[in-house]
Structure formats: C-alpha cells, structure tokens
Design a protein around this ligand. Structure first.
Ligand code: ACO
Length: 331
C-alpha cells in the first residue's frame, strides 16, 4: 500500500464578474435577498471572458498545479476531469486537456458527479495511487455552469459561477507517512434524481426544433429539498471519514467544504461542532462552481497560507444525482 499525497494545486477563474447588482437588472431579485439567503456577492463567468471553454480553464488550472508539484505533464499517468459541463458530449474533456498539456498517452476519463465530482475524483485518484497502479494523477474539477443556467429563473441563476480547480495526487515517499489522503467516503441516491437535473438534451429526451428554446435545457433545482438533504448527508459523510481515520473534529485544522450556500456551511459547521474560524468560505466571491468549488477553495487557502504543510483538512460536497462525499487529508 502506498501513501497518496497532494503534491500540487492550481486554479483558474474567468476575469468577467457578475455582481448581485447585475442580477437586480436581470431578474426580480435584490442584493439583500441573495446575500442573506446564499452568502453570494459575485461570481466569475466564462462568457465574454476571451473565448475560453471548460477544457481551457481546466488546462490553465492544471498547468499551475503541475508547476506547484514540480512535475512535467509527461510525469502524469492519468487525467480525471470532474464536470457536468464537458466541452462536447464526445470526446471526454480529459482527452482535450491531455492534448493541451502535452501529457502523452495517459489514461483519460471524465467523471459525472455534479458538485461532489471533485471528491469522487480525489477518491478514484487515491485508489490508483494506493494500489500502486499509478504515480501521478491529475484531478480537475471544472464547470462552465453558466452555459446551462436559465437567466430567467431567479431561483437558480443567481447561484452559479464558472471556474476550475486542479490537484495532483502523487505516490508519497517514506517522509510522507504522516500526510496524504487519510480517508474518503462516497455515496449517492438516485431516487432524488429529479430534484436537481437538466430534463432535456440528453439521449433520452433529445432537443428538437420545437424544444430548442425550452427552459428544460437548463438546470432545474428544488433548492429547499436539496438544502435539507445536503446538510444531513454532508454531516454524515464527514463523520464517517473522521471515524475511519481516527481523527476528532477538534483535530481538523480547516474544513474546506463545497461552496453552495453559506447557510448550508453554517448548519454543517454546527452539526460537526467545528469552530467557524476553522471553516474556509469563499462563496461570496465565486458563487457555486459545482465540482470546481472545493479545489478552487483549497488552492486559494494554500496560497493565502490559511492551510500549510501538516494541516489536516476535511472537504465535503453534495450535488445533483444526488451525490455526495467527503475526504480527510493532511498536506
Ligand atoms: N431573489 C428573490 N427571491 C427569490 C430568489 C431570488 N434570487 N430565488 C427564490 N426567491 C424566492 C422564492 O420564489 C420563494 O418565494 P415564495 O416563498 O413566494 O415562493 C422564496 O424566495 C423562498 O424560496 P426558497 O426556495 O424556499 O428559498 P431558500 O431559502 O431555500 O433558498 C436556495 C433557495 C438558495 C436555492 C437554497 O435552497 C439552497 O441553497 N439550496 C441548496 C443548493 C445546493 O446545495 N445545491 C447542490 C449543489 S448544486 C449542483 O449540484 C449543480
């Protein structure tokens, strides 16, 4: 059994920003409602940011993570891209990122687990490393959520932003025995698939000329129901990874959770009995970037010195599927 360590992190956010004041001009909403109900003040959006696509954002974040890990693209054995907004339905965005990076003939795969996608990717990467199959795996959470956002639906459009976050998961050496990914937990419950989904445009219900402008091609979410389930399952997933690793909540240096809603994060913090000063929040500047949110926050926290070598971190996420998961790791 090998140790799976996080050897590098990176992120990319589009330059263009939409503020709550911008949304006051788009739908019937207010800065006050958005801030008090969600904690969001602004989000980065790809459209109008220089013709970039999801694979370009992923490539940019990956380059930063590779430099941080002091690795060349050719050192990678596998590329996992967690996304619900691939550039194309075929091929996988991972193949495009591989080519952009010049990574050679690595294994390439996309992973669809919505906001939990990065935690899923981290867990799969860890399994590849621990088993001895691979030495370096790139995991990117990347979303162009504004491409599937209905700007006529105030229930959802104020929530989402675009971006990418990347980590390199590597085989540790004997010096890394105290660090690395300590435990992960993944789960899902398909009975709730309709609470958060895109009804149209898949192979089951393809878009037709008659439905080309139907709002069913965008994200639908029953926010209230998702909220309740999110708090319960994120707390449960967190408790499981802590128990598996034999770590108590007081030993966590920082919780870096999915940034979907400040109130979800606050409810989770209370349930876990973690001091709010040990919880990283950047939702006010990014909104919900789905699978990109945890790795963006992790990279930001590392570069700001909020977490450092030796920090014990709990990351937990919840999203469409429904899917959820948690990971406990030490830098
Ligand atoms: N501005 C003003 N009013 C609004 C807005 C808005 N932008 N959006 C909704 N409202 C109104 C509603 O119409 C409703 O009015 P009504 O009572 O007259 O019907 C009222 O505000 C309350 O609506 P709720 O849906 O109950 O509001 P809630 O407090 O639940 O907040 C939110 C909504 C922010 C979506 C919240 O439910 C939430 O964060 N849910 C979970 C999101 C999440 O975690 N998703 C998973 C990840 S996303 C992914 O996987 C892609």
């Amino acid at each position: 059994m090998h140790t799976a360590i996080i050897s590098g992190t990176g992120r990319y956010s589009p330059e263009k920003v939409l503020t709550n004041a911008d949304f006051e001009r788009i739908v019937d909403t207010s800065d006050e409602w958005i801030v008090t109900r969600t904690g969001i003040r602004e989000r980065h959006v790809l459209n109008g940011s220089g013709g970039f696509s999801g694979s370009d954002m992923a490539t940019s974040a990956a380059r930063v993570a590779l430099a941080d890990a002091k690795l060349a693209p050719t050192d990678l054995d596998a590329i996992i891209i967690a996304t619900v907004t691939p550039d194309y339905r075929l091929p996988a965005t991972a193949t495009i990122v591989q080519h952009n990076l010049g990574a050679g003939k690595t294994a390439v795969m996309d992973l669809v687990a919505a906001c939990a996608g990065f935690i899923y990717g981290l867990s799969v990467a860890r399994a590849f490393i621990v088993s001895g199959m691979y030495r370096n795996v790139l995991v990117v959470g990347v979303e162009h959520l504004t491409s599937i956002t209905n700007y006529a639906d105030r229930n959802t459009c104020v929530l989402f932003g675009d971006g990418a976050g990347a980590v390199i998961v590597s085989r540790g050496t004997s010096e890394d025995s105290e660090s690395g990914i300590l435990s992960t937990f993944l789960a899902g419950d398909g009975q709730y698939k309709d609470l958060l989904h895109i009804p149209l445009g898949g192979s089951k219900v393809p878009l037709t000329p008659e439905t080309a402008n139907d709002p069913g091609r965008f994200i639908y979410m029953d926010g209230r129901e998702v909220f309740k389930l999110a708090v319960k399952e994120m707390a449960d997933a967190s408790e499981r990874v802590l128990a598996e690793a034999g770590v108590s909540p007081e030993q966590i240096d920082m919780v870096i959770p999915h940034q979907a809603n400040s109130r979800i994060i606050e409810a989770l913090t209370k349930r876990l009995r973690v001091d709010p000063s040990h919880v990283y929040k950047n939702i006010e500047r990014y909104g919900n970037t789905s699978s990109a949110s945890v790795p963006i926050a992790l990279d930001e926290a590392r570069r700001a010195g909020v977490v450092r070598k030796g920090s014990t971190i709990l990351s937990v996420a919840f999203g469409g599927g429904l899917t959820w998961g948690a990971a406990l790791y030490r830098l």
